[in-house]
Design a protein around this ligand. Structure first.
Ligand code: ATP
Ligand code: MG
Length: 316
């Protein structure tokens, strides 16, 4: 079972328009509403591929109920904690002339008592999980070291730990020595405090260096995937360094592509596939999600179709 934790879930509304004119009247062609939040996306992809998954985190009010409905429909076991504040709502505009324009709310406050309830819930669920996946932003009221606290609980209960966040919360979470991280290039730059963008060699070295940082010195060797959007991904893992060939697709919205990569990667590892095959699954799922509008995630058949076209090769 994969346990995911989403501390700052969102109800995402995507407005589909024909171009975007600021300070003017824009006509909306349609509105699409979907569940958002890294852990929830990851769970949805894992469930889509047939892996049992439980999502916990905070949900509140009408937007929270909507997200519960999406999870239920998709076969994700819902262990989220109902909080007093209403779950945030984000807005995206997909104007057909480039990547979406996103407006992200900072999130609804979580009380100390609610945070402690979540810590207890993760402590209770983690022993049943093979992997615990943490990620996303922190809502107001949550300590900066949240991912280190939850990560240590996960690891001490025997689960493997995946972490996907940015900036100081990510840096703090590395203390728990995750077994898997998947920064995109910009996030990897912030983790290493050096420029990588545009240089494949620099990204390969970054994956190696991050792997070394995560190595806890025991028998469990970490895996680092640096995702490069349309250019695919580079992975440093116990079997060496690997790279995907980019997949040719017609991208609509890449929101959730990173989460999809992780969900499919963990699904593949749990079903006995080796690291390069797991990266193929990840690449296919990330690309499948990029072909969907707004925060919608890739569907099983699209992922399996793209998997046939995905190639991964070792870098020596
Ligand atoms: N335009 C694209 N064409 C093909 N594959 C894509 C495209 N965009 C994303 N992908 C796939 O999805 C993976 C993750 O995408 P990306 O690097 O954009 O993640 P991200 O920045 O973490 O996204 P997010 O955090 O919004 O989920 C890529 O490594 C690639 O496998
Ligand atoms: Mg990401």
């Amino acid at each position: 079972m994969i346990l995911t934790v989403t501390l700052n879930a969102a109800l995402d509304h995507t407005l589909l328009t024909n171009g975007l004119k600021p300070h003017d009247t824009n006509r909306i062609q349609s509105v699409q509403s979907d569940a958002g939040g890294k852990g929830i996306n990851l769970s949805r992809i894992a469930a889509e591929l047939g892996t049992s998954t439980t999502a916990t985190g905070f949900l509140g009010g009408g937007p929270g109920a909507f997200i519960r409905h999406v999870m239920h429909r998709q076969g994700v076991i819902d262990e989220c904690i109902e909080i007093a504040a209403e779950t945030r709502t984000n807005f995206n505009i997909e104007s057909g002339d480039g990547p979406p324009t996103t407006f992200n709310a900072k999130g609804s406050s979580v009380t100390e008592e609610e945070w402690q309830t979540l810590v207890a819930r993760v402590t209770e669920l983690a022993p049943h999980a093979s992997w615990v996946a943490l990620g996303g932003s922190l809502p107001p009221g949550i300590p900066l070291e949240a991912f280190a606290i939850l990560g240590r609980i996960a690891k001490s209960s025997g689960a493997k730990l995946a972490l996907d966040a940015d900036g100081p919360p990510m840096q703090a979470g590395l203390e728990a020595k995750p077994d898997f991280i998947k920064p995109n290039v910009r996030e990897a730059e912030r983790l290493l405090n050096r420029q990588l963008f545009g240089s494949r060699d620099a990204i390969i070295q970054a994956a190696r260096d991050l792997c070394e940082t995560l190595d806890a010195g025991d028998d469990t060797h970490p895996t680092v995937v640096i995702s490069r959007g349309a250019q695919g991904a580079i992975m440093a893992c116990p079997d060496g360094i690997f790279e995907t060939d980019p997949l040719q697709i017609e991208p609509k919205s890449t929101i959730g592509s990173g989460d999809s990569l992780i969900g499919a990667f963990l699904h593949a590892r749990l079903t006995g596939h080796d690291f390069p095959t797991a990266l193929r699954y990840g690449n296919a799922a990330g690309a499948a999600t990029a072909t969907t509008d707004g925060s919608e995630i890739g569907r099983r058949q699209t992922i399996l179709d793209l998997l046939e076209k995905t190639f991964v090769h070792p870098i020596v």
